[in-house]
Design a protein around this ligand. Structure first.
Ligand code: GMT
Length: 379
């Protein structure tokens, strides 16, 4: 049985979700999985005999001005590689996980291959930071294999970091057992949503890059023509700005702030349209979650979003900041029941074909197999 170590940020965030769901699916396919993370990944919610968790403990000695997470992680990785005889260490998010993994590979006696998956801001934000740029490039070059979650992210990585490494695109996926349209209409009553009102939803970590104002301005235009409510799900630094704008536009009766929620697929199940007006998004996992729940989507022509939304088929793509066009698309879609149904069905179909978890996990397995067969050939 092949042994895979997985490192990710274990708290809320798309890269942690992908890493954890991948580990769960690999265990189902007969791999032994070892999560090496700073706390239990939040999606690791069920017991599987072939999934193990190794917690990275960080020392808080008074001499340390900052706790050395990256070094503690490298030390733990090296221990686990040697003790468990890990074949592949798959790290999600380059910074600092790829660097820690390379250090661990050097420290460990057991031969291990490193796979790094780039998720987005590790390149688009940190990769342009002068302090980290060379280190991230080093992490990529020194990994045995590198994947990225969209073609656009590969392009940006090659352009910004000038790396020569081959980067393979492996798209994100969702857990189809959790993300599907459920009969949850009673939830509408909780939020006083009338049966003839359409539901528009936005889910994010409310950071500046998500351009929450654009979501609210788009909704302001939509609600003038379509009886509707906007659900804002999530929490983050821009939440207060969002509250203020909703007040200023006198939309308090029509916008529901739900804060952080666990049962996202339930909320998607009562939604008709999802808005993602981000200025940076390497993939936009929330879009795929919506599509799997038969929700049509409107997103910006940014990063990997146009690779997820098929314009005019599963939703629409608009230019960054163009709330007018976004609202016009939304109004024509929401006012045409037949078209809305067609888009929902096409969204589901795209989620179940191009992005199906089985298909994506198979691509990771092929990559692992290739790396391991190269080792055997090279021995
Ligand atoms: O936005 C972040 O920095 C968080 C990061 C994450 O770890 O979830 O999100 C990125 O990775 C996701 C999973 O691959 C992608 O779906 C998000 O689009 C990407 N975020 C950005 O590029 C801003």
């Amino acid at each position: 049985m092949k042994k895979i170590g997985i490192t990710c940020y274990p708290t809320i965030g798309g890269s942690g979700i992908i890493a954890t769901e991948l580990g769960k699916l690999l265990a189902e396919r007969g791999f032994e999985i070892h999560f090496i993370t700073s706390s239990l990944p939040f999606r690791l919610d069920s017991i599987h005999p072939d999934i193990y968790f190794h917690e990275v403990e960080i020392s808080h000695y008074p001499v340390f001005q900052y706790p050395p997470y990256d070094l503690a992680l490298a030390a733990k990785m090296a221990d686990v590689i040697d003790r468990e005889k890990i074949d592949i260490l798959h790290v999600h998010y380059a910074m600092p996980h790829a660097i820690s993994a390379i250090l661990a590979r050097d420290i460990a006696s057991h031969d291990v291959k490193i796979v790094t998956t780039l998720h987005g801001t590790d390149i688009t934000v940190l990769g342009i930071d002068r302090i980290f740029k060379r280190m991230i490039a080093y992490g990529i070059e020194q990994s045995d294999a590198v994947t990225a979650v969209s073609n656009e992210l590969v392009k940006q990585t090659l352009q910004q970091l000038k790396v020569k490494k081959k980067i393979e695109v492996i798209y994100n996926f969702v857990n189809e057992k959790e993300y599907y349209k459920k009969d949850k209409d009673y939830i509408k009553d909780y939020y006083e949503i009338h049966p003839d009102e359409k539901v528009i939803i936005h889910i994010s970590n409310f950071r500046k890059v998500k351009r929450i104002q654009d979501v609210i301005y788009t909704f302001e235009k939509i609600q003038k023509h379509v009886k509707s409510k906007l659900l804002l799900v999530g929490d983050g630094p821009e939440l207060q700005t969002a509250f203020e704008l909703v007040n200023k536009l006198a939309l308090t009766e029509k916008v529901v702030f739900l804060g952080r929620q666990k049962n996202i697929s339930d909320l998607l199940s009562i939604s008709d349209l999802k808005l993602l007006m981000s200025e940076q998004e390497s993939f936009g996992l929330v879009l795929l979650e919506a599509m799997a729940c038969e929700v049509s989507t409107i997103g910006t022509n940014i990063g990997g979003i146009p690779e997820v939304i098929s314009h005019g088929e599963t939703g629409y793509i608009v230019e960054l900041g163009d709330t007018e066009t976004a609202a016009n698309y939304a109004i024509s879609l929401l006012n045409d029941e037949k078209l809305l149904k067609k888009f929902s069905a096409q969204a589901l179909n795209r989620a179940q074909t191009l992005f199906h978890s089985e298909h994506i996990v198979e691509q990771y397995i092929m990559l692992y197999k290739k790396l391991l067969s190269d080792t055997i050939k090279g021995e």
